[in-house]
Design a protein around this ligand. Structure first.
Ligand code: AMP
Ligand code: GLY
Length: 424
């Protein structure tokens, strides 16, 4: 079959590398892709947030048998619905289910209604009521812009002054645009975090291996929030007891809740979880694969990913046996100088002789005048497997040193955190 993938980051390159191995897949197209994806797929230059334009392109390219929608924006805009209504096969939730990520107010309400453990919260559309609440609430407090804001619409406020000025920035100054019209004010929770992703067809849910992201720009979780500076799998503290708790109290109830709301979710459900003193709680839902979680998860998948995608589309996930390699995988993200604020593009990238087994996931890269150059904030993910996280980590960093571009920066502590937390 011929497959179109929507997206252009490291996550999409990891998905393309996985489906390229599938005997079912003949040719891959990527909208818009990047230089790494371009080695395995034909790149298509159409704006994937223009759902009608994507629909027209797929209609016109009758050789396309299946479309994988990886990023959040086109899902929230209803690209899955658009393609389905034109008779095409797709991977990715419909708009009415993708809202679980696209609106924090919706997801908080869902969790409250169906008793899914999460931080206590209040939602406000009116600045004066929000201000009155924040004048009196417990501190620290967390402010979340309701809509999609590239993972940046969350403020952890350690003082009341910070909370009041953050609220003003979101609701009055519109720092995150329309995403800040509604704001969720949430209890501050503490504990280690894990990204627990799962495949679901709305009937069955099958958890993937767990992973841990590093959202802050610099070592020791300092600096601004980014799209993710690196990941590792598995989460060291996530044992059988935790897995059972998450499945029973969070994953299965979420799938049922979405069905009960008439919003059946088919695709990848991403549970951003925190292990608190009162048990596992949901910090956020995403309606898609994580980036850069996917870069460490998919190299460990033994089952044909395309087979899983099709089983989800056809609602027969229960019949599929999904197998994972044991061991660990680490991904170190190489970013442009200045990311996540301002950064220059078009820097030439040199890649030395990488060790066998290193998986390079391209994010912001492109070919310009026959040279590989940077074209985004996060440029490459260097991924390595090992028997342990430490072994994988050493292998990844050894190869990071073989890659160079002007201004390149990366964290040196990916894979170190949580190693002392007891596994339950
Ligand atoms: P989100 O975009 O919702 O994932 O939030 C970004 C990050 O903010 C999370 O990964 C957490 O580290 C942090 N965060 C979000 N909500 C809370 C909370 N209620 N308490 C503590 N930290 C939080
Ligand atoms: N790594 C976080 C995300 O994909 O949202």
């Amino acid at each position: 079959m011929n497959v179109l993938i929507i997206g252009n980051g490291g996550r999409e390159h990891a998905i393309v590398q996985a489906i390229a191995k599938s005997p079912k897949v003949n040719k891959i197209y990527a909208m818009k892709g990047n230089a790494g994806i371009g080695e395995l797929a034909e790149l298509v230059n159409v704006d994937y947030c223009d759902v009608k334009a994507v629909g027209d392109w797929v209609d016109a390219h009758t050789e396309i048998d299946y479309t994988i929608i990886a990023p959040d924006d086109p899902l929230a805009l209803g690209l899955a619905d658009e393609l389905e209504s034109r008779g095409h096969r797709v991977f990715g939730p419909r708009k009415n289910a993708a809202i679980i990520e696209a609106s924090k107010a919706f997801s908080k309400e869902l969790m409250k209604k169906y008793n899914i453990p999460t931080a206590k919260y209040e939602t406000f559309s009116d600045y004066e009521s929000a201000r009155a609440y924040v004048e009196k609430c417990d501190i620290p407090v967390v402010l979340k812009a309701d809509g999609l804001a590239l993972g940046k619409g969350v403020l952890i406020c350690k003082t009341r002054e910070e909370a009041l000025s953050g609220l003003q920035e979101m609701m009055l100054d519109k720092k995150f645009g329309a995403a800040g019209n509604k704001v969720v004010v949430e209890e501050f929770l503490e504990g280690p975090e894990v990204s627990a992703l799962a495949f679901t067809d709305g009937k069955t849910i099958k958890p993937m291996i767990t992973s841990c992201d590093h959202k802050r720009a610099f070592d020791h979780d300092e600096g601004l929030n980014t799209g993710g500076m690196g990941t590792f799998t598995p989460a060291p503290f996530y044992g059988e007891k935790t897995e059972k708790e998450v499945l029973e109290k969070i994953m299965l109830p979420t799938v049922s809740a979405m069905n009960a709301e008439g919003r059946t979710f088919k695709g990848v459900l991403y549970f951003g979880l925190m292990k608190t003193k009162d048990g596992m709680k949901v910090i956020e839902y995403n309606a898609r694969f994580g980036d850069p979680e996917t870069q460490v998860i998919l190299p460990m998948l033994k089952t044909d990913l395309m087979e899983i995608f099709e089983a989800i589309t056809d609602e027969r996930l229960a019949d599929i046996n999904i197998e994972w390699e044991s061991g660990a995988c680490v991904c170190v993200v190489l970013a442009s100088g200045g990311y996540p604020v301002q950064y220059e593009k078009d820097k030439e990238i040199s890649i030395g002789d990488l060790d066998e087994g290193i998986i390079l996931c391209h994010a912001g890269t492109k070919i310009k005048e026959n040279k590989l150059v940077t074209s985004g904030g996060r440029v490459l993910g260097v991924c390595a497997k090992g028997d342990t996280i430490e072994a994988a980590r050493q292998k990844a960093y050894k190869n990071v040193e073989k890659i160079k571009f002007e201004g390149m920066h990366y964290r040196t502590d990916i894979g170190v955190k949580y190693r002392d937390i007891e596994k339950e």
